[in-house]
Write a protein that binds this ligand. Structure first.
Ligand SMILES: *[C@@H]1O[C@H](CO)[C@@H](O)[C@H](O)[C@H]1NC(C)=O
Length: 528
């Protein structure tokens, strides 16, 4: 009961489902998780009891269906249809599944937990160890000698196996020897998000038996199974759910890894092909349409998540970090600027600091964008306005962002482009009205440090939001945002994210822009 209440509070996030299911252990740990859930979710409550009951019903059905059969049952189908509709309309403009976007940050609110091996009580077992105990050694040995699926983070399950590995993509089945029992996993980093996972196919790892399929292709690379279902198509999710976790997992193989992509979308894979090619020397396989029996000596199913738009270098082999990820992006897209230093040529336009405004079209729009441009120019900025949408050529837009020294935009998926900013650049996140600091923090503020990007925030005040035109002065929307938050995620999103445009005070914004200038190397010379 309570689980579904919390589920209501923020779609897809509070609801704890396990994408990796071991038949024996569902009971107790599920109950514990639900309880934890309950206390966490206490804050936000929903009024609509009927809706809750309905949600509960569909969730139960959904999890039952998923527990036994293919991941997409009737409920899943309905959600899928709804999402496809949404994708068709919105995602194409990248206003997208902002639901997802913010769901993500709700998750970010929670404490990051260390990976828990689901098999034993050992440590995360990565091998970097100050801890030495026989238990750990035994665990390590188990890891080496047989496949283990484990909770690689609170958001991801990962399975690793070596031996005789035979992948049948169309059946989402991997036969493995040695393997003691069957495992199921959804290879997408949002393991507690039922909504996202409704679009992620479940993979089965099965002990190889006598009637094993014959290999039609042999490979010496490591197979790496991941899914581009879920919330992909939204720039923020592309990176935080898939690309960065893929980097975390695949980097160690130095190219000797083959991406087996489930819930394949060719446009998506093509969009990021340059990134895949940085990580792998082998072709990307669309497993949904793959009739081969592909054989490997090792396999990894499910990328590992560390943190929102980030890499925890202490947990990656070779200490790969966000700095390495960004270097890889520069190499993938031919980005020239590792750092935000001005050009050495006196007459080069690059001697002026460049400000990039990330423009939005349908919600959270800058109403006075042109005035902002003029003001920034008066400060000496070379100003560009970028309006990324889903059809935007990634490499081209990446080059524009990389050419900028300061990037400013209202909270939204477009700010994910910060990954292309040179080190030492400044990101200014404009936070819409409505008590959304926590949202700004989880999504773009916290990740900025590891990207070596200076971060500034501009909070929209009540006299800078178009909500002031829509609601009377004493309306709770303006007077008491907290009361709207309490109505749940949907209410919050509808009001503060979908209905709002912003009109920053030029004087106040100017101060923020000048602060940004001071942070740049340009400011240290006699420029400006
Ligand atoms: C793959 O390797 C196995 C074992 O070495 C061999 O029996 C089989 O013929 C190979 N298959 C192909 C298609 O190369």
């Amino acid at each position: 009961m309570k689980t579904s209440i919390s589920r209501q509070e923020s779609p897809g996030e509070r609801y704890r489902d396990r994408c990796m299911r071991r038949p024996s252990e569902i009971g107790a740990s599920e109950a514990m998780k639900s309880n934890r859930n309950l206390s966490r979710g206490e804050g936000r409550r929903l009024e609509n009891v009927a809706l809750i009951a309905l949600m509960l019903g569909s969730l139960v059905l959904l999890s039952l269906v998923r527990a036994r059969f293919s991941p997409i049952g009737k409920t899943g189908e309905a959600i899928k249809a709804a999402e496809q509709q949404a994708m068709g309309k919105e995602s194409v403009k990248m206003e997208t599944l902002d639901t997802a976007d913010e769901t993500a940050s709700l998750v970010a609110e929670e404490e990051e937990t260390q990976p828990k091996p689901s098999d034993s009580s050992g440590s995360s077992g990565g091998g970097v160890g100050g801890v030495s105990s026989t238990a750990l050694a035994a665990d390590h040995h188990l890891r080496l000698s047989k496949p283990v699926c484990y909770e690689s983070s609170r958001r991801s399950d990962t399975c690793e196996a070596t031996g005789d590995v035979r992948v049948q993509g169309r059946a989402q089945t991997i036969n493995i020897s040695p393997l003691e029992r069957e495992w199921k996993v959804k290879p997408y980093c949002r393991k507690h998000d039922a909504f996202a996972l409704a679009h992620v196919k479940e993979w089965a790892l099965r002990p190889l038996s006598g009637d094993a399929p014959r290999c039609t292709i042999n490979s010496s690379a490591t197979a790496f199974v991941l899914s581009t279902g879920g919330f992909t198509g939204n720039l923020f999710h592309d990176y935080t759910d898939v690309l960065i976790p893929a980097f975390i997992t695949a980097r160690r193989y130095a190219g000797e890894v083959q991406f087996l992509v489930s819930s394949f979308k060719s446009w998506w894979t093509n969009k990021y092909l340059e990134i895949f090619q940085q990580l792998s020397r082998h072709e990307v396989v669309d497993t949904d349409n793959d009739h081969e029996v592909r054989c490997y000596r090792s396999v990894v199913v499910g990328p590992t998540f560390h943190k929102e738009l980030g890499v925890d270098a202490s947990r990656t082999p070779g200490s790969s970090s966000m700095v390495d990820f960004r270097a890889m992006l520069r190499s993938a897209f031919g980005l020239e600027r590792a750092t935000a230093t001005p050009s050495g040529y006196q007459w080069d336009i690059r001697r002026r600091p460049r400000l990039l405004i990330i423009s939005r079209r349908s919600s959270r729009r800058f109403v006075n964008e042109q005035a902002m441009v003029d003001m920034a120019m008066s400060l000496g900025f070379d100003v560009r306005v970028g309006d990324p949408d889903v059809s935007t050529d990634v490499a081209k837009f990446a080059r524009l962002v990389n050419s900028a020294d300061v990037m400013v935009g209202v909270h939204g998926a477009g700010l994910t482009n910060m990954v292309f900013l040179p080190a030492g650049a400044v990101l200014i996140q404009v936070v819409p009205y409505g008590g959304l600091e926590w949202l700004a923090r989880g999504t773009f503020r916290e990740p900025s440090a590891d990207m070596q990007i200076h971060y500034l925030e501009y909070m929209i005040q009540v006299d800078e939001t178009t909500l002031s035109d829509l609601y009377p002065k004493d309306d709770p929307v303006l007077k008491d945002p907290n009361s709207i938050h309490k109505q749940g995620w949907d209410a919050l999103k509808t009001v503060y994210l979908d209905k709002q445009n912003v009109k920053p005070h030029l004087g106040r914004l100017k101060n923020t822009f000048m602060e940004a200038l001071k942070l740049l190397p340009h400011g240290q010379s006699n420029q400006v």
